[in-house]
Write a protein that binds this ligand. Structure first.
Ligand code: FE2
Length: 413
């Protein structure tokens, strides 16, 4: 690595690390401790865990005389890497009133200065690639931090805003829902080898796409209201069996965060009127699938989605827009940003998939069961963290992430 590359890595490192702390600026110390359900983690835990990741997988592996900051932190802030040791139970992360927020920030500062020192001393590619993995991991947690605190604050009867000054996007009208023919035949899928990618995006391989059409925008709140008004949640014919069970057991009749009268919703800026032209958000795979069936369509496969999105610029309503809420389509086809889009594809390994070597093999591969692939990033995904080949994944009943719907259709061969 030359001097410029080292300087650039050091700047990127500090930039991502600082962004995470800046996201917390409007939170109180009390806000950062709460865990509202097992799926969500407290803000303070996120801050500590992403620091632990650098300590365990960068400093402990590449700095021979590095001494662990605190052995207890290794137990508290390991998420799911059993090959490096046991960890505190995930559903009990909200019980960690200690270490305090300030102690976690001190831990971060300690690890940051050690990583900066490493960047200055070791200029080899292996170290740089591991740091880039740590930064991409941190960006994933920036998104989780925002989605998790939204859920935490939504559980408070006072409906507090994370940030009362969050900008309200200008209103735009969604056009009538239309479709574009997708390419069919054998198409290349997966990361193309230029720039960072996660192991689950590899290897690049051929997939067979049948003749199809893919929607030109995301499904809007107005369209979802029509589905509700048409009795969508009470018509068993529209639902997968598992989905029918879930909506009945949990009493779901509208997207998460919508008020009972379907007129307002909880956002990171507090309660707001629902913008009928904005993409519907916080729906499960089951709801997305039922909506698509009601609309005479289906969800795209993740391969149809990737092939359509591959030639689209990765700009859109992402974290840096600072709306932190989906916005109505103007010109864009909305492939990137706004909401992660449910696909009909199960999150499975690509042909020839090999997880990362060693403990980091636990990062993605072991979750390839019973989850669905989602694509495109959301309004709280960092702009330099998304690409057409990026695969995220959630259980089909998940709703707390920014998750929405694009439609697709089979077409005649
Ligand atoms: Fe993590």
């Amino acid at each position: 690595m030359d001097r410029n590359a080292i300087t650039s890595l050091a700047e990127t490192f500090q930039g991502v690390r600082d962004t995470t702390v800046r996201l917390c600026a409007t939170l109180s110390a009390e806000d950062t401790v709460v865990q509202s359900m097992p799926d969500t983690s407290p803000t303070k835990w996120h801050l500590a865990h992403i620091t632990w990741f650098f300590e365990r997988f960068v400093l402990e592996e590449f700095v021979p005389d590095y001494r662990r900051y605190n052995d207890d932190y290794h137990f508290l802030f390991n998420s799911y890497y059993f090959t490096v040791g046991q960890m505190h139970a995930r559903p009990r992360r909200g019980l960690l009133s200690r270490p305090t927020y300030d102690e976690v920030i001190t831990y971060r500062d300690h690890v940051d200065s050690a990583v900066r020192e490493l960047i200055g001393q070791r200029d080899d590619q292996t170290v740089a690639e591991r740091i880039m993995l740590g930064l991409n991991h941190e960006q994933q947690h920036q998104e989780l931090l925002l989605t998790d605190i939204k859920h935490v604050l939504s559980c408070n009867p006072l409906s507090p805003a994370m940030n009362v000054d969050l900008a309200v996007p200008a209103s735009a009208s969604a056009s009538a829902y239309s479709y574009t023919d997708g390419r069919s035949g054998i198409r290349p899928i997966g990361a193309h080898g230029m720039g960072f990618c996660f192991d689950n995006e590899t290897p690049r391989h051929d997939a067979l796409l049948h003749p199809h059409q893919i929607g030109d925008r995301l499904v809007s709140n107005a369209e979802y209201r029509e589905f509700i008004a048409a009795g969508g949640y009470t018509d068993t014919r529209l639902w997968l069996s598992d989905g029918w069970s879930v909506i009945n057991e949990r009493g779901w009749s509208r997207p998460l965060y919508w008020s009972e009268d379907l007129q307002s919703e909880f956002t990171l800026g507090g309660m707001r009127d629902i913008d009928e032209h904005a993409p519907v958000c916080h729906v499960s795979f089951y709801e997305a699938d039922a909506f698509a069936r009601w609309a005479g369509a289906r969800l795209p496969t993740e391969f149809e989605w990737e092939d359509a999105a591959a030639e689209t610029a990765t700009d859109g309503n992402l974290m840096e827009s600072e709306y932190w809420q989906p916005v109505a389509a103007a010109e864009s086809r909305q492939f990137f940003g706004d909401v992660w889009e449910w696909t009909s594809s199960s999150y499975s390994p690509y042909p020839g998939f090999t997880p990362l070597a060693g403990s980091l093999g636990e990062y993605n591969g072991k979750f390839m069961c019973n989850q669905m692939s989602v694509r495109g990033g959301s309004c709280v995904t960092a702009a330099d963290h998304i690409r057409a080949s990026y695969r995220s994944f959630f259980y089909p009943d998940a709703r707390w992430q920014f998750l929405g719907i694009r439609l697709a259709k089979d077409s005649a061969a």
